[in-house]
Design a protein around this ligand. Structure first.
Ligand code: AMP
Length: 112
């Protein structure tokens, strides 16, 4: 999608603080971090939200990448949270599927 900011980040058109990349997935630090570790994991292919995914391999690549990043960052001991906001009431503000990986502080529950 030519006007999608996360597509532009994935392609390198917009610079970002990448922490991981493979054939299918890119991961970069959130611009407005909500925790000491706040990484966004996205499929390189554009899906407007989780609801638009029509290929189950997207989920395995996204989740496996997020767990690998958490392991590489040493987050397993103290724990971490993975969140996918979907749609308006789900709090999604960028219409390209992304998984938030949050860690480094006690995270409240339930979410606001
Ligand atoms: P959501 O509200 O679930 O759609 O999350 C979108 C996230 O993208 C927010 O946490 C924003 O801070 C983050 N964000 C927006 N633009 C950028 C950008 N250019 N680089 C990194 N993170 C971004």
């Amino acid at each position: 999608m030519s006007d999608c900011i996360f597509c532009k980040i994935a392609s390198g058109e917009i610079p970002s603080d990448f922490v991981y990349e493979d054939e299918n997935v890119a991961a970069f630090r959130d611009l407005n971090p909500q925790a000491p570790v706040h990484i966004l994991v996205i499929p390189k292919k554009h899906y407007a939200s989780s609801a638009a995914v029509d290929d189950s391999s997207v989920w395995s690549s996204l989740m496996n990448s997020a767990v690998k990043i958490a392991r590489d960052f040493g987050l397993e001991k103290n724990g971490y949270r993975m969140v996918i906001n979907t749609g308006e009431q789900g709090g999604q503000s960028v219409p390209h599927l992304h998984l938030h990986l949050l860690a480094g502080r006690n995270l409240g529950w339930p979410p606001g």
